[in-house]
Ligand binder design. Structure first.
Ligand SMILES: [Ca+2]
Ligand SMILES: [Ca+2]
Ligand SMILES: [Ca+2]
Length: 221
């Protein structure tokens, strides 16, 4: 990943570099295969989340050391069904009225209860360690970070995350995560060439790549 995306070669990766890389790949159609196209689309949706998770020191740059987590989690997710256990464990702590659904108020109340954040961190540590949580997190910051995830996971928009929705979200995260990791593993060399060619072409044309990346390359598809 570092090899493909680290355009200024400082051995650190910013979200900008990641975005511009994904955009370059997406724009360099036709890609060799529809599968690859699909993975790029998934990568664009999952990358900001992964980036936030692995940026352990929160300096908005991901280093090679921080990226090691990606390959560790890749092995873990491939070998064990960790996410189902994780989802169940989280429900045990958060579903205080035991109706198999988590409402936003329920989550808020649980997280603000003394000791619950520590419990949640312990659950993640055991099953799916998340680097940013290593140094602890306040209930407020945790709730802020959960907000977009909650909206995304509540597929039927009833204001609650049911167990089914939670498992579905976990599985789709796993699929996207493994897809992106596979892509990087298997096609790093090819991607590097594709991306390099695209960036050179755009730079020559005087394109403002920073604002393009900031807009998320929304012109793409
Ligand atoms: Ca960092
Ligand atoms: Ca509930
Ligand atoms: Ca729901």
């Amino acid at each position: 990943m570092l090899d493909v995306c680290d355009h200024d070669k400082n051995f650190g990766l910013t979200l900008y570099e990641v975005n511009i890389t994904l955009m370059a790949i997406a724009k360099s159609m036709p890609l060799p295969s529809p599968e690859l196209k699909d993975i790029v689309r998934q990568a664009r949706s999952v990358t900001p989340t992964i980036f936030r998770i692995v940026d352990e020191d929160n300096d908005e740059e991901v280093t090679g050391k921080e990226l090691l987590w990606v390959s560790e989690m890749y092995d873990l997710l491939k070998e064990k069904p960790v996410l189902k256990g994780l989802s169940n464990a989280l429900f045990t702590v958060l579903d205080t009225d035991a109706d198999d659904g988590l409402s936003a108020e329920e989550i808020r109340a649980a997280i603000q209860t003394d000791g619950v954040v520590e419990k949640l961190i312990a659950i993640f540590d055991e099953r799916f360690p998340i680097p940013v949580l290593k140094h602890g997190i306040s209930p407020e910051v945790l709730l802020d970070n959960l907000q977009p995830a909650f909206v995304a996971m509540d597929v039927n928009e009833d204001g609650k995350i049911e167990r089914k929705e939670s498992l579905k979200a976990a599985l789709s995260f796993k699929k996207q995560f493994l897809g992106v990791a596979n892509l990087l593993k298997n096609s790093a060399m090819m991607l590097k060439i594709v991306v390099g060619a695209y960036l050179e072409k755009e730079a020559a044309a005087g394109t403002d790549l920073h604002s393009l990346a900031a807009s998320g390359g929304s012109a793409v598809e």
